[in-house]
Design a protein around this ligand. Structure first.
Ligand SMILES: Nc1ncnc2c1ncn2[C@@H]1O[C@H](COP(=O)(O)OP(=O)(O)OP(=O)(O)O)[C@@H](O)[C@H]1O
Ligand SMILES: [Mg+2]
Length: 522
């Protein structure tokens, strides 16, 4: 009997052998063995087009980058500055390297980003990647395992960059890889037992952060291998380098680093022993992370080599009510723009008044999830309005403090007020209908209160313009009333509720009656 093909994860070599065997059996002739490592000696398609300045252009100054970030990210002034400088350094170096003019011992400006949840860490880096136009990949450190088979493989990050660069390896090589929750792979010694796999992931990442060649196709990416081979055997498809060089990929890692502040505080306290008791022992909580040193990170559970490859340290601050208010009001990425847009899709205009925005900010601050709290509060505040308003004729509303505090009650009030306003306008439209009727036909009509109420109700019910409703209902009245006028000399007519309900019957009754009057008159 034949051995089953997969018996645990095969080694890459074993896998290739099996795959070639499979292809030999299932594909028509062709040079099957050539698919595994496409040759890249061809200069025009070389794997690392150092001299190809078409691939990458960069001529920003730190102030330009900061100014761009200011449009989106509120507060985090220090972070924006440090990031702008690091980014410019990195990409100027990349440019020099492309022209073969880089210093040989350049230390890459990989970045470690510290700060609580929802304060703009990811947002900062994503905005920068947008500005520079380099591919950007984001992942959580927790999804990786040491071997790469159980969880993800850190090398997948690099391959993801290629995907983000629409398959262009050359562009991917200048991308940004962002790894969140990096604190979760710290092998904290003070937790019960060192987390060995976390250390393994650190080691794997370390290789990437230095310089390494990552195979463009993952050894376990069966579909990719097969596709590559089909393209090769059939001589089509873009020829791509077999490996991706990570030398110029910028790494940004981030996390909340809960517990690191205690390590820093402790060190600061110990340092002041023997000095005056009032020395800077109690660094303000918000600022303590800015004091972080390499040894603090090592005590936290990072390998010295790992933390050493992350020379740029950036701290993001917690956002207070004022910051959250500013995010709503001024950030180009403000969530209220999203709400304005989704209401506009139904032809509804929203005006966000400052007291409403401030209330959203206050409630969001209570959530303690940074700017993410804004989304939670907005969802809660607008969910009923989003559901109900599109099916009404409400065309605009104002977001006030009261609305944010009690959306259902304010919605009811809005609808009631709107109805009242609508009634007033609709009654005016009825007057106008009567006036035009008079003008066109020389006969005066008016609606009794009961008739007007009924017409308004029907127009709302059928969501029909009240003018059209009247034109339809009273289409024969000009003829009928003219007859009556001829028969009786009457020129003024009250339209009552019955005439609204069954206009044709009422009109014909009136006409019949008018003949009787004429007979009695005659
Ligand atoms: N400082 C800020 N200025 C403007 N908008 C912000 C700011 N911080 C956060 N936001 C908004 O909140 C969203 C979530 O923020 P982001 O993803 O950057 O959080 P984070 O700091 O990466 O948090 P986590 O640690 O949970 O990943 C952003 O997409 C953005 O809309
Ligand atoms: Mg994030």
């Amino acid at each position: 009997m034949q051995k089953p093909i997969f018996n645990g994860p095969p080694s890459p070599e074993e896998f290739q052998r099996q795959l070639q065997e499979f292809m030999r059996q299932h594909l028509p002739s062709g040079n099957v063995s050539s698919f595994t490592r496409p040759e890249t000696s061809d200069a025009s398609e070389g794997s690392h087009p150092e001299s190809n300045s078409e691939v990458f252009k960069f001529d920003y100054k730190p102030r330009d980058v900061k100014a761009y970030l200011d449009r989106f990210v509120v507060k985090q002034e220090e972070a924006k500055k440090v990031l702008s400088v690091a980014l410019c350094d990195h990409y100027h170096h990349v440019r020099l390297a492309m022209d073969g003019k880089a210093q040989p011992n350049y230390a890459k400006q990989n970045i470690i980003l510290i700060g609580p949840t929802g304060v703009g860490k990811t947002y900062l880096i994503r905005s920068i990647a947008d500005l520079i136009g380099v591919p950007f990949v984001k992942a959580d450190a927790t999804k990786f395992s040491e071997t790469g088979y159980v969880g993800g493989d850190v090398e997948d990050l690099v391959r993801d960059l290629v995907r983000r660069a629409d398959g262009e390896v050359a562009r991917a090589q200048y991308g940004i890889i962002y790894i969140d929750e990096i604190d979760k792979i710290a092998a904290a010694p003070n937790m019960n037992g060192r987390d060995v796999s976390g250390r393994g992931v650190q080691t794997n990442l370390l290789k990437l952060m230095e310089e390494t060649e990552v195979p463009a196709r993952a050894p376990h990416d069966i579909a990719g291998q097969i596709q590559a081979m089909m393209e090769m055997t059939q001589g089509r498809g873009r020829k791509q380098p077999a490996t991706i060089n990570t030398k110029h990929i910028l790494f940004v890692v981030s996390g909340a680093f809960g517990g690191l502040e205690k390590i820093i505080q402790k060190r600061l306290r110990e340092a002041t022993i023997g000095f005056a008791a009032s020395a800077k022992t109690a660094v303000e909580e918000d600022l303590v992370f800015s004091e972080a040193q390499t040894r603090d990170f090592i005590e936290f559970g990072f390998e010295p080599e790992f933390i050493g490859r992350l020379p740029v340290r950036v701290v993001c601050q917690q956002l207070n009510v004022d910051d959250l208010f500013l995010i709503l009001k001024t950030s180009e990425g403000s969530i209220i723009r999203q709400y304005e847009q989704s209401f506009a899709a139904y032809g509804i205009e929203v005006l966000f008044r400052d007291d409403g925005l401030r209330r959203i900010a206050e409630l969001a601050a209570e959530e303690k999830t940074g700017a993410r709290g804004l989304m939670t509060v907005c969802e809660r505040s607008f969910r009923d309005l989003k559901f109900e308003l599109p099916s009404t004729t409400v065309k605009r509303f104002v977001v006030t403090r009261e609305l944010v505090d009690n959306p259902p009650a304010e919605l009811q009030k809005l609808l009631a007020e709107h109805e009242k306003e609508e009634h007033v306008v609709m009654r005016q439209l009825l007057h106008e209908f009567a006036r035009r009727f008079h003008e066109s036909h020389g006969l005066k009509i008016w609606f009794t209160d009961a008739a007007a109420d009924r017409l308004v109700a029907l127009a709302l019910e059928q969501s029909k313009p009240i003018r059209d409703l009247c034109a339809e209902k009273f289409k024969d009245f000009q003829f009928g009333l003219k007859l009556i006028a001829q028969n009786t000399g009457r020129k003024e007519f009250a339209i009552d509720a019955d005439a609204v309900e069954t206009p044709d019957k009422v009109l014909s009754d009136w006409v019949v009656a008018s003949y009787r009057t004429e007979i009695t008159k005659g």
